[in-house]
Design a binder for this molecule. Structure first.
Ligand code: ADP
Ligand code: MG
Length: 392
């Protein structure tokens, strides 16, 4: 059964009658530009073919009844009861979206929703933004609430989803994930400038070049709602205070030597160096992709990983092993992706080398007694949207 079939079956099992419709949102993988989003910098994610489906029906009251295949039961939620930290389980992500809409003044009502997903959860591929956006993208269709599914409406939906994640799920993430799943375009990477929310679509059709983007899920579960991610943000905020800027990405690599001296802390100097050099790498990556220079893109991946590992200190042994092994197997480049502390790595490999690269990774992980990694091949897929289904 596909995830779409499961969502429809879950709806039928839990709610009488048919849903009003089904909406879907992708996971995402970031090509480059890590921990730059909350620093007002540049990111370059793609939307994945893997998706979270939401079969949704509008209710006449203000109760949210949510079920998700394979996830724990959650009791019905009154919209008025949603606050930071409540509800506490997985349902805080979709509930948070309704909270953010109501808080922004949009009229919302209760919903019955059945979710099912083939986006790996907690793997750095943004299953959290996928479940948020699957609900958000239904809003323009279900509520007569003034939200639209055009480009400006999607930017607003992305902001609302980020508010849900920050304020209700209490995960202090930047805006990349929500923009990636709501504002990407099939066949393109999304070059988002987090300073002003402006976007540029950069062609990413590497199959034409005999290349593939291998996503290596290390199976080390990370969580953005836990401390380390927040600590990196706090480091960046402290560096901003000492440097007298609102966001680190206001500075360029030309400012780096002076900025590193002025923060008066080796740790903060490293954080600043990562953010400024990473932001520069995104610019170079866009230029490389536009010039079809995938050797250069691979080199930038390698530099990005080193910077995240050594300066930002968000890698882990499994991510490092995935990167080293993929490179030894002939990848043009490889790096950890997502917030770090586990989750996934990506490798830019020749399509014909995919089987040998996977094999090398399985062998290396087994040799270190790590859980076997999981793989998927990423393509730049369509953003969140209504799913065309015969029933509704
Ligand atoms: P990531 O976004 O990288 O997958 P996060 O820790 O940010 O990791 O988000 C994962 C959390 O999002 C899960 O623990 C769960 O609470 C919620 N979640 C994601 N997808 C689903 C889903 N299909 N059903 C229910 N909850 C989900
Ligand atoms: Mg997430």
């Amino acid at each position: 059964m596909t995830a779409l079939d499961v969502a429809l079956a879950e709806f039928q099992a839990h709610f009488p009658g048919e849903p009003d419709g089904v909406w879907e949102a992708p996971g995402r993988v970031n090509l480059i530009g890590e921990h730059t989003d909350y620093n007002g910098g540049l990111v370059l994610p793609i939307a994945l073919p893997q998706r979270t489906y939401a079969a949704v029906r509008r209710r006449q009251d203000t109760i949210l009844t949510l079920v998700s295949a394979g996830m724990p039961y959650c009791p019905p939620i009154s919209l008025a009861s949603i606050v930071a930290g409540h509800p506490a389980g997985w349902e805080r992500y979709p509930a948070g979206v309704l909270w953010a809409m109501a808080e922004a003044g949009y009229p919302v009502s209760g919903l019955d929703v059945a979710f099912a997903s083939d986006v790996p959860v907690g793997s750095g591929l943004s299953s959290s933004a996928a479940i948020e956006a699957a609900v958000a993208v239904a809003a323009p269709d279900l509520f007569d609430c003034g939200l639209s599914a055009d480009e400006s409406g999607r930017a607003e939906l992305a902001t609302l989803c980020q508010r849900a994640e920050n304020h209700i799920a209490c995960a202090p993430t930047g805006g990349m994930d929500q923009a990636a799943v709501l504002r990407s375009r099939e066949g393109y990477a999304l070059n988002l400038d987090c300073a002003d929310g402006s976007i540029r679509h950069v062609p990413f059709r590497i199959r034409d070049k005999g290349l593939a983007l291998l996503v290596i899920d290390t199976r080390v579960e990370h969580s953005h709602a836990t401390g380390e991610y927040g600590q990196r943000r706090a480091d960046c905020e402290e560096a901003c205070d000492r440097l007298g800027v609102a966001h680190l990405a206001e500075l360029s690599t030309n400012d780096l030597p002076a900025a590193m001296a002025r923060v008066k802390s080796p740790r903060l100097a490293q954080r600043v160096r990562h953010v400024l050099t990473e932001n520069d790498r995104v610019r170079l990556a866009v230029a490389a992709m536009e010039a079809n220079d995938f050797v250069e893109l691979g080199r930038l991946f390698v530099d990005s990983h080193a910077s995240l590992r050594d300066d930002f200190e968000v890698s882990c042994p499994q991510l490092d092993l995935a990167v080293v092994t993929a490179l030894e197997a002939g990848a043009l480049g490889a790096r950890m992706t997502g917030g770090g502390f586990g989750g996934s790595a990506i490798a830019l490999v020749y399509e014909q080398a995919l089987p040998a690269t996977r094999e090398a990774l399985l062998t290396a992980f087994e040799h270190h007694s790590y859980a076997a990694p999981k793989f998927l091949v990423a393509e730049a897929a369509a953003p969140a949207r209504r799913t065309v289904v015969p029933c509704c």
